[in-house]
Design a protein around this ligand. Structure first.
Ligand SMILES: NC(=O)C1=CN([C@@H]2O[C@H](COP(=O)(O)OP(=O)(O)OC[C@H]3O[C@@H](n4cnc5c(N)ncnc54)[C@H](O)[C@@H]3O)[C@@H](O)[C@H]2O)C=CC1
Ligand SMILES: O=C([O-])CC(=O)C(=O)O
Length: 328
């Protein structure tokens, strides 16, 4: 017997990440090739955005995806999030000319407060929320704080693109296959302060750290390359990462829903105090997942260099949180 459809809400559905994301969700790449989905798509109440969304929906129709059990266009989160099982919050206000980080934070705080409240009221009590829109960690924190009746653990931020970027850089450096690398970690904020950490990584069981054995490369090449990759893509493409961001969102949700076994992945999740990160800070941690739940890989040794990097990204996140505290 075929499975009951699940409801997947996507915000910013007519944007460039949306265009790279929706077709893959509808084809079963996120939740499995046997899981029908109903897409509940949210765009701003603007004629041009809603018209563009209709165009994307026409294309989704034209794919005749067997797993696409329904599709809705919305301009109000209270409708878009009704009974939703999964919510991918992609839509956000991008940084415009002359905008400071705090202006961006304030503009997005309004969006994510409203969306958190709507999720709180109308979503499934088991909803799995992934925030992609930047600043992703703080937006996820705001949504979580605005949804007090939902479990905190339901709210996550996307660090998976950083994780995947780190894997590719290590594969290139060591001349190995991406798929053979295990135990990569990216700590902290989705921003250039993130700490991509390959101290525990292995390739076919061999330690990557020993294969590279070059702390100067780690500090001066690897970390800046991964940390500033988003800016490098913008510089090259004239547009920010979209297909790779959508791919990371699929990876994040698929692993959360379907399980990783013993494989480590990075998720931005509200801290329970692990590694000295204050409770509720939306922080990138190594996790494994099973039965729809994630578990932090705890107790890893943190050396002096790593502690410094973790402190730096934590400080930035705390400043972002303080910047929006008056709005919550
Ligand atoms: N966490 C991560 O790793 C990454 C995050 N991003 C972020 O993802 C976000 C989306 O990127 P793109 O799709 O390239 O941008 P985009 O500008 O192409 O699309 C964003 C869409 O969101 C819509 N939108 C804005 N406010 C909304 C709201 N309140 N409700 C519903 N829809 C709303 C806009 O109308 C637009 O269609 C940006 O904030 C970007 O910085 C991008 C790449 C990686
Ligand atoms: O840098 C940006 O604006 C987009 C982004 O988050 C990324 O590519 O990591």
């Amino acid at each position: 017997m075929s499975k009951k459809p699940v409801r997947v809400a996507v915000t910013g559905a007519a944007g460039q990440i949306g265009y790279a994301l929706l077709f893959r969700i509808a084809s079963g790449e996120m939740l499995g090739k046997d899981q029908p989905v109903i897409l509940q798509l949210l765009e701003i109440p603007d004629e041009k955005a809603q018209k563009a969304l209709k165009g994307v929906m026409m294309e989704l129709e034209d794919c005749a995806f067997p797993l696409l059990a329904g599709m809705e266009a919305h301009s109000d989160p209270m409708n878009a999030f009704k009974d939703t099982d999964y919510a991918l919050l992609v839509g956000a206000r991008p940084r415009g000319p002359g905008m400071e980080r705090k202006d961006l934070l304030a503009a997005n705080a309004q969006i994510f407060t409203a969306q958190g409240k709507a999720l709180d009221k109308v979503a499934s009590r088991n909803v799995k929320v992934l925030v992609v829109g930047n600043p992703a960690n703080t937006n996820a924190y705001i949504a979580m704080k605005s949804a007090p009746s939902l479990p905190r653990k339901n709210f996550t931020a996307m660090l998976r693109l950083d994780h995947n970027r780190a894997l590719s850089q290590i594969a290139a450096k060591t001349g190995t296959a991406v798929g053979d690398i295990e135990k990569m970690v990216v700590w902290g904020n989705h921003s250039p302060t993130m700490y991509a950490d390959y101290r525990f990584a292995t390739v076919n069981g061999k330690p990557v750290k020993d294969m590279i054995n070059d702390q100067a490369w780690n500090k001066d090449v690897f970390l800046p390359t991964v940390g500033k990759r988003g800016a490098a893509i913008i510089e090259a493409r004239g547009l920010s990462s979209a297909a790779s961001a959508a791919n990371a969102a699929i990876d994040h949700m698929r692993d959360w829903a379907l399980g990783t076994g013993s494989k480590w992945v990075t998720m931005g999740i509200p801290s329970d105090g692990q590694y000295g990160i204050p409770k509720d800070t939306m922080f990138g941690f190594p996790v494994t997942t099973a039965n729809g739940e994630y578990t932090v890989v705890d107790g890893l040794p943190i050396d002096e260099f790593s502690q410094e990097r973790i402190n730096l990204t934590l400080k930035e996140l705390q400043e972002e949180q303080q910047g929006v505290a008056h709005l919550l």
